[in-house]
Design a protein around this ligand. Sequence first.
Ligand code: PGA
Length: 249
Amino acid sequence: MQPLIVANWKMQLADGDVRALAEELRALDLHGVDLVVCPSFTALVVVREKLVGSAIALGAQDCAWEERGALTGAVSPADLVALGCSHVIIGHSERRQQFGETDAMIAQKLRAALAVELRPILCVGETAEEWKRGQREAVITRQLQGAFGACDVTFTKPLIIAYEPVWAIGSGHAANPTDAVNAAQHIAKTLLDICGRTQRYDLRVLYGGSVDATNVRAFLDADGIAGVLVGSASQSVGRLRDLLAAMRE
Ligand code: PGA
């Protein structure tokens, strides 16, 4: 299977920058790599138009927990599909921490996305405090149990879970690949406990948090890591090109 790169542009790019970056993406050599770009909601249409005919997939950074409703300011997962999105990031730590998203909201979002065949990229991971207290596995277990509950969901496509230690995001200090391997094993085992009896699924674990051209190869070489979720190193064409080149080394 080809490695997957999910590019999370967050709210970092102004309209003109998004247009320029999306235009430049077409010239990248994506041989051997699957790329999903996740611009902000307002840029989805323009990016989709720039990517017509390319193999790059479009993802959103969040979605509402229902298809329709009185939810001022929210964006329906069904509308994301209509706009051309195939993926959606759910439960990113910035949403959990800065927008107060709870495990219960994340569980509903996951179900709302799956209901319209929008592929969720579920983010899990511990804060620096939790890491210091040795609670990484407990946090991942809690987040996965919160998201999947009694596993009343159906996975028709591979299930993508990103291990993103909160302390590594945007800090310039990535986790060590061995920690990512341990987290991936813990995710696989926990999910098997939760869903293994009722479901067959194909799990792909990504690592995210300060991934760049200097460390991407080490994560992709790590056992059980199927790709990377990348923030800042995906927000300019130069850094993306360097990342892709490093992946092929
Ligand atoms: P970063 O962001 O690559 O800038 O650390 C990753 C993320 O937020 O998913």
